[in-house]
Design a binder for this molecule. Structure first.
Ligand code: DGL
Length: 264
């Protein structure tokens, strides 16, 4: 393995920064290419076929262009739809991001767990399988809160996002039958931890939020244990969308050690 070969973190937008933040704790200087499919954002309102085509096509091209040592699909929507198919065609090791139902099931006291994801994620068979395996004795309430994705994007561009807006976008989870018993909510979209302070305020102190970013970062670090990195090869971020818009995120990327932003 070439020591300048980077880790590729892929998301439809800025959600993957929640994974990068945790990865930086474990591997502060590893070269990372952050790839945002801003031209395809949001994934959560797309069909399975649309998401699969974009993710497989882009990751294939990116793997060829950047020769990453590992790809992390830092997006629940893309992972629950396309992880298996991308793994079949690429030789690069791939770490996915799947809803943290297992830890939530271990935490809940009331036995009622909420799953807040995109509309596309909450309807996946992948989620049915996780529910069957880890939460068959619990009640799992699902809600597709697509509007939270845009709010996370706005927040990282420095725009103001109110607790009211966040509460409105997530309210459908609590309004379901049994919603008053929720004590644990899985943030099953990498954008949502960006809004954790607002979500905490909106849901109240009795609700604990769980997401997978830390576990994913640990998994990446474990898979790359013992590998050499040349620290002079710099991290950067690419977008499939407009560079002018991407540059509005410069501050957010800089907080994670990325100062070069380019078009893919
Ligand atoms: N960040 C992505 C996820 O984890 C989804 C955002 C989108 O709808 O594009 O599901």
């Amino acid at each position: 393995m070439n020591s300048s070969s980077p880790i590729l973190l892929f998301d439809s937008g800025v959600g993957g920064l929640t994974v990068l933040a945790e990865l930086r704790q474990l591997m502060p200087k590893a070269p990372v290419i952050y790839a945002a499919d801003m031209a395809g954002l949001p994934y959560g309102t797309k069909t399975e076929a649309e998401v699969a085509a974009r993710v497989a096509g882009l990751l294939g091209r990116m793997a060829e262009r950047y020769n990453p040592r590992l790809i992390c699909i830092a997006c629940n929507t893309a992972s629950t739809i396309a992880l298996g198919m991308v793994r079949e065609v690429l030789e690069t090791p791939i770490v996915g991001t799947v809803p943290a139902i297992k830890p939530a099931a271990a935490l809940t006291k009331t036995g009622t767990i909420g799953l807040l994801g995109t509309q596309a994620t909450v309807r996946q068979g992948y989620v049915d399988d996780l529910e069957r395996e880890f939460a068959s004795d619990k009640t799992l309430l699902r809600y597709g809160a697509n509007d939270l994705v845009a709010l996370g994007e706005h927040k990282l561009r420095g725009e103001s996002v109110s607790v009211d807006e966040v509460a409105k976008a997530a309210r459908g989870l609590v309004l379901q039958v049994g919603g008053e018993d929720l004590d644990t909510v899985v943030l099953a979209c990498t954008h949502f931890p960006l809004l954790e302070p607002e979500l905490r305020e909106a849901f109240g102190k009795h609700v604990t939020f769980v997401h997978g970013a830390q576990g994913i970062a640990r998994r990446i670090a474990h898979l790359l244990e013992g590998e050499r990195f040349s620290f002079w090869s710099k991290s950067f971020a690419v977008t499939t969308g407009e560079l002018d818009d991407f540059r509005r995120l410069a501050g957010a990327f800089e907080r994670h050690g990325i100062t070069r932003l380019k078009r893919f």
